[in-house]
Ligand binder design. Structure first.
Ligand code: ADP
Length: 633
């Protein structure tokens, strides 16, 4: 019989399993039971519309058969089974593409793989020296045997099996100094693993359990009678089977929810938040939803698909129903079970389904209120959530021309320059002094940089807070929000900050008029690089600042520059000069002396400096370097 080789990827994963130092080897049972349950689901589902399946709802089961004598543990299901081709394709290759893109040289990475992907069938090799799978597919008379001792490859040959389904035999490894494999052959060891990991599997997981009972003392027993025991065995169902989302509040512990989440949604960490929701009346459903503690590895890739598992009265009809979640809550995982949905509903009909729409609406409300309460009552947790998923919410505000902003603006937080921490928009507005008209924000590539922008300092100096934006979506998001609690947003880099008092405004006007000749000359010297040169009375330390007029800010220009097709989009820049700075006096003197060559040199230097402060590259580095040197001569 020909021994076939595993595909390269599978082989790697297999090696990893065989030589695993992963301490949580026991999860192999969860993986195999969950595969068995999936297979049973498939046949069960089919049986609902196809009489030839011939099994009743109560006939489906997963049976565990440990045997110490042969050191084997069998996992037997009466699910859909596999054909020879399926055995070859499913067990000879790993489906989880990408799982080995991770390097696997050290143990913590190994841990990551196991945690993130759930390694499935191959995890059997963590505890077994040989794995034998005998399977007969539904609709086929022929059974097949797949067998492997690991890295050397596997064999497939015809086999005998009377019933449809899969029968997996693990030959359990011998104990080592550090690992007790015997426990996978002990009834009680297996029972507790099933309770721990597979309690909600919808089908009975059965095992022959042996109990010993004390034999009653015979009446004529003498004083030296010793207690005797009698053994008896019976088939027992090990799991409680009630789906977690069907249980009443208080019947499920946090640990149980966490375990359910981790096994079903392949996360290594406990969820940040568990939300249970249900409806009765217009629409009947139970849902359990989870907010992950961190974004899954593929979250920000095209491969990521949002959605909740959809069940109809306990039978799964769709693994990821997209229509149950808006895009801006795409990170939420979970299960929705409704008795109002027909089992055979098609994807297309589902989209139109009135009940589904109601469920979605309710779920959305519930998620929002839970997030709001987390934001209010557990800010630390919310900030951790925000780190992973804040971007999604901000994109949500921006998307569809702001159609969802009313749902989302309450959930948004930004870094406050004044408070030195993340705050909500409500908190910002509530802390505004009476004289403050606008919600100010500054955008740059880091909080430190945004805080040091000349105009940020100017606003802070007036006692007004500035929200520091560092995400490329931030400005787009705030531009769409436009106003919050009747206060408009103002970009500190957008000019006209309206910080001056009436007197200052008057003085500024006079100064602008008095210096008009100088400012125009500077603007002309810059040859169209800026739209205007203005004096500023609010700048403190900095001699110059760059601001913008019109809809495109300087930070947006940077963002757009990195997107294909948008390179030509520029902001209209204004060079602001601090009228109280010594540099301004120097400019005035140069102008008075009629030295226009020097004035033009100064204009160029100040413009480039303003760009540097804004985090923009120097436009003409050589000319700039020459200009600075010529001053030193
Ligand atoms: P996953 O379950 O994540 O797809 P596995 O490696 O655990 O990955 O299993 C690979 C495939 O083998 C499954 O998707 C399924 O099609 C098939 N399979 C595994 N166990 C069984 C079983 N007991 N009955 C039928 N098919 C099975």
């Amino acid at each position: 019989m020909a021994v076939k080789q595993f595909k390269a990827e599978s082989r790697k994963l297999l090696d990893l399993m065989i030589n695993s130092i992963y301490t949580n080897k026991e999860i192999f049972l969860r993986e195999l039971i969950s595969n068995a349950s999936d297979a049973v689901d498939k046949l069960h589902f089919r049986g609902l519309t196809d009489d030839t399946v011939g099994l009743g709802a109560d006939d489906y089961a997963i049976t565990l058969i440990p045997d110490k004598e042969t050191r084997t543990l069998r996992i037997v299901d009466n699910g859909i089974g596999m054909t020879a081709e399926e055995l070859e394709n499913n067990l000879g290759t790993i489906a989880k593409s990408g799982s080995l893109d991770f390097k696997t040289e050290n143990s913590s990475e190994e841990l990551d793989i196991i945690g993130q992907f759930g390694v499935g069938f191959y995890s059997a090799f963590m505890v077994a020296s040989k794995v034998t799978v005998v399977s007969r597919a539904y609709g086929s008379e022929q059974a097949w045997k797949w067998e492997s001792e690991g890295a050397d490859g596997y064999t497939i040959e015809p086999a005998e099996k009377n019933t449809v389904g899969t029968d997996i035999t693990l030959t359990i490894k011998e104990n080592t100094e550090t690992e007790n494999y015997d426990r996978y052959l002990e009834e009680y060891g297996i029972q507790s693993l099933v309770k721990k990991y597979s309690d909600y599997i919808r089908y009975p997981i059965r095992m022959m359990m042996t109990h010993s009972h004390p034999v009653p003392k015979p009446e004529d027993a003498g004083d030296d009678w010793e207690q005797e025991y009698e053994e008896h065995s019976e088939m027992e169902t090990l799991n409680s089977m009630v789906p977690i989302w069907k249980r009443k509040k208080g019947e499920t512990t946090d640990e149980e929810y966490a375990e359910f989440y981790k096994t079903n949604f392949y996360d290594f960490n406990d969820p940040a938040k568990v939300i249970s929701a249900s409806g009765e009346g217009a629409v009947n459903y139970n849902a359990v939803l989870f907010i992950p503690a961190s974004a899954p590895y593929d979250f920000y890739t095209k491969e990521f698909k949002k959605g909740l598992a959809l069940y109809s009265s306990g039978v799964m009809i769709m693994e990821k129903c997209e229509d149950l979640l808006p895009d801006y809550f795409n990170f939420v995982r979970g299960v929705v079970d409704s008795s109002d949905l027909s089992l055979n509903i098609s994807r297309e009909l589902l989209q139109q389904n009135h009940q589904l729409k109601l469920i979605r609406k309710n779920i959305e409300k519930k998620i929002k209120s839970e997030l709001l309460s987390m934001c209010k009552n557990d800010r630390e947790k919310y900030e951790a959530f925000w780190k992973s998923f804040g971007r999604v919410l901000k994109f949500g505000v921006y998307s569809d021309y702001g159609a969802h902003k009313d749902v989302l603006t309450d959930l948004i937080i930004f870094y406050s320059a004044k408070e030195q921490k993340m705050i909500t928009l409500t908190e910002y507005v509530e802390a505004m002094p009476e004289a403050q008209k606008y919600i100010y924000f500054a955008a740059s590539d880091s909080v430190e940089r945004a805080a040091k922008l000349p105009n940020t300092e100017a606003v802070l100096d007036r006692g007004f807070d500035v929200l520091l934006c560092t995400d490329d979506v931030d400005e787009f998001c705030l531009q769409i929000v436009r106003e919050y609690k009747e206060k408009s947003f103002k970009n500190v880099g957008g000019g006209n900050l309206e910080l001056e008092t009436e007197e200052e405004k008057e003085a500024a006007k006079t100064a602008a008029e008095a210096n008009k000749g100088l400012l125009d000359a500077l603007c002309e010297a810059l040859g169209g690089k800026v739209k205007a040169v203005k004096t500023s009375s609010v700048l403190k330390e900095h001699p110059v600042a760059l601001s913008s007029e019109g809809p495109v800010s300087i930070e947006m220009e940077k963002v757009l520059k990195n997107m294909p097709g948008n390179d030509g989009i520029k902001s209209e820049k204004v060079l602001e000069i601090n009228e109280n700075h010594a540099v301004f006096t120097a400019l005035k003197e140069t102008a008075a002396a009629g030295d226009s060559a020097k004035l033009s040199l100064y204009a160029g230097i100040l413009y480039e400096q303003a760009r540097l402060i804004e985090g923009l590259p120097v436009e003409d580095p050589i000319a700039y370097a020459k200009a600075v040197c010529s001053l030193m001569k």
